[in-house]
Design a protein around this ligand. Structure first.
Ligand code: CO
Length: 295
């Protein structure tokens, strides 16, 4: 029967088009089927406990994007070198993207696991975009925003920060978050976050190790408010060297020592943001936007 034959052809065509997803061609005209990948990029940490945080993100990403291979890379050259001395090899984003090119990936979503769109983020964007459009290279490379990018993120991050404060903290106790801080213009995010948090709770403070506000600004504010007790919490993905030493360490210039000298009892909390699902969900949502841009 003619109609049956036609139906068979249509079914066959439908089947074939399913088997042949969007193709991309290289300089020699070879067709590459669409192959999606995810590259998660963190600053890196020498602290073994950081692995717990990274594994938590890895699990969440694989759950949300089943079937898309997930790779990892790190942007800190110092950390890569330090771990190499211990015999541990960490890859840079450029190394991983080069591998992915060879493995015929066509579309890669690169998710920045940084906190603000500062130097590490902008350097990442600059480098990974060079991998798109090369001959025999990747067709699309899309970078997902770090934790804090939009005003909406600012509200969401602030809400997440409020939820991770230890339950035993009383309203009159201060909570001092330690951000990394930077000379990059994106340092303003810390002040924006401090302003947003203050609207929810006047005894919450945000300072930075390498930017502004500094611990001296926080100390003055705590004194003004006659604070007797403060919870010290890192606002960094990993409770690494800065949290353990600059925030909670025994040296006289640690935040704990500086505030204790003012008679303020300090309770350090050594947990990075990547250990809390509230923050991981924000990174994952940013990755989702990047993956949704594949075409
Ligand atoms: Co640092």
């Amino acid at each position: 029967m003619q109609i049956d034959a036609l139906k068979r052809v249509l079914v066959l065509l439908g089947f074939v088009s399913l088997l042949l997803p969007t193709s991309t061609s290289n300089a020699h005209g070879d067709k590459l089927p669409m192959k999606k990948g995810i590259l998660l990029v963190a600053f890196g940490s020498t602290i073994p406990e950081a692995q717990v945080a990274f594994e938590n993100i890895d699990r969440s990403v694989k759950k949300v994007f089943p079937g898309i291979p997930v790779r990892w890379a790190y942007t800190s050259r110092i950390i890569i070198r330090k771990l190499a001395e211990q015999g541990k090899h960490l890859s840079t984003p450029e190394e991983v993207l080069s591998d992915m090119m060879r493995e015929n990936f066509t579309h890669v979503a690169v998710q920045s696991l940084h906190t603000i769109p500062g130097q590490e983020f902008h350097g990442l964007v600059k480098n990974v975009h060079r991998f798109a459009g090369m001959s025999k290279g990747l067709k699309r490379v899309i970078v997902g925003y770090p934790l804090l990018a939009t005003t909406e993120d600012l509200h969401r991050v602030a809400e997440a920060m409020l939820t991770i404060i230890p339950k035993e903290r009383k309203k009159k106790d201060a909570v001092v978050f330690m951000g990394h801080g930077t000379h990059h213009p994106a340092n303003v995010y810390y002040a924006a976050l401090a302003y947003r948090l203050k609207k929810s709770d006047a005894n919450i403070f945000v300072g930075t190790v390498e930017g502004w506000p500094e611990i001296d600004d926080i100390r003055a504010d705590l004194k003004k408010r006659r604070i007797r007790k403060a919870y010290l919490m890192p606002f960094m993905s990993v409770a690494g060297d800065h949290a353990r030493n600059d925030m909670a360490g025994p040296e006289p210039d640690s935040w704990k020592s500086i505030l204790e000298k003012e008679g303020i009892e300090c309770v350090p909390v050594l947990k990075g943001t990547a250990e809390f699902q509230e923050f991981v969900d924000i990174w994952v949502d940013h990755l989702r936007i990047a993956v949704d841009h594949f075409r």
